[in-house]
Design a protein around this ligand. Structure first.
Ligand SMILES: [Zn+2]
Length: 268
């Protein structure tokens, strides 16, 4: 079995004291790759340190997270652009819209999101997208509207932490994107039990979003990539198929998104 965690902030300070054992634990659960979304300038050094030490397992993305968009957005984006020209990142991320916390920089969030979607198309990289609703605004719908309007050739990627309805799942698929399924799938009122049975396995990838959103039975505790196994098992249960099928398909789906350089790191 081979699994891929398509979204984990393993450079987070919550792993500062046990990074090595956390990675060993992931290895013991057959997690072959861990994809690391960047947040802002302050997270680059820690992420690249892991990417340098584990070049085959810990794959870095580059992007500005919407919750980190504020009055410094121009300088942040200049750094992202410079980094994209300098290194071989596996994706642009995480980017998107966050209406949950602070609405004061929404216009700048849209500007940063559109700018980074264009860079992804130029660099031929997939995107890892964060769409968190709030203040009576649906971030998924507004992100999908923007992607549709831009119609960037070849643009693809993942709606990370997908928690939408079946109609939204269908819209994401129609736009050519995968659904990133994480710990919420294991939550009693997560809502994905009504969606996943009706969505084909070819549209799903797995993620933890570590250190956040730990699956049951670790809900509320620190999350880590090894728990991908619990999420895969939950998808298998909801779809009434076996774990091996979930692993095989979601890994193939994730691999298909990767730039060749990184896809070649995986055993065939
Ligand atoms: Zn994230």
């Amino acid at each position: 079995m081979m699994l891929i965690d398509t979204h984990a902030h393993i450079y987070d300070s919550q792993f500062a004291n046990d990074q090595e054992s956390m990675l060993r634990h992931a290895d013991s659960q057959q997690i072959s790759q861990i994809w690391m979304p960047n947040c802002a300038r302050e997270t680059i050094a820690g992420m690249m340190d892991l990417a340098d030490r584990y070049p085959e397992r810990c794959l870095p993305m580059m992007g500005l997270h919407p919750a980190y968009v504020n009055e410094t957005v121009e300088a942040e984006l200049a750094t992202v652009e410079d980094q994209l020209n300098r290194h071989a990142f596996m994706a642009v991320g995480e980017i998107g819209l966050d209406f949950y916390w602070d609405m004061s920089f929404v216009d700048r969030q849209f500007m940063a999101f559109e700018t980074q979607l264009r860079w992804a198309a130029i660099h031929k990289l997939p995107v890892s997208m964060h769409t968190r609703s709030g203040h009576d605004r649906n971030a998924f719908a507004e992100a999908a509207d923007l992607i549709e309007k831009l119609a960037l050739p070849g643009l693809t990627g993942i709606f990370h932490c997908f928690v939408g309805t079946l109609d939204e799942a269908k819209r994401a698929i129609q736009l050519g994107f995968k659904l990133g399924i994480g710990g919420v799938a294991t939550f009693k009122n997560g809502g994905l039990d009504k969606v996943l049975p009706h969505v084909g396995l070819e549209h799903l990838v797995l993620e933890t979003d570590a250190p956040y959103l730990a699956p049951v039975p670790y809900r509320g505790k620190r999350n880590e990539p090894a728990y991908i196994r619990l999420i895969a098992q939950r998808v298998a249960d909801l779809k009434q198929i076996n774990l091996d099928d979930v692993a095989r398909h979601t890994t193939a789906n994730a691999r298909a998104l990767l730039p060749t350089l990184y896809a070649n790191l995986l055993p065939s």
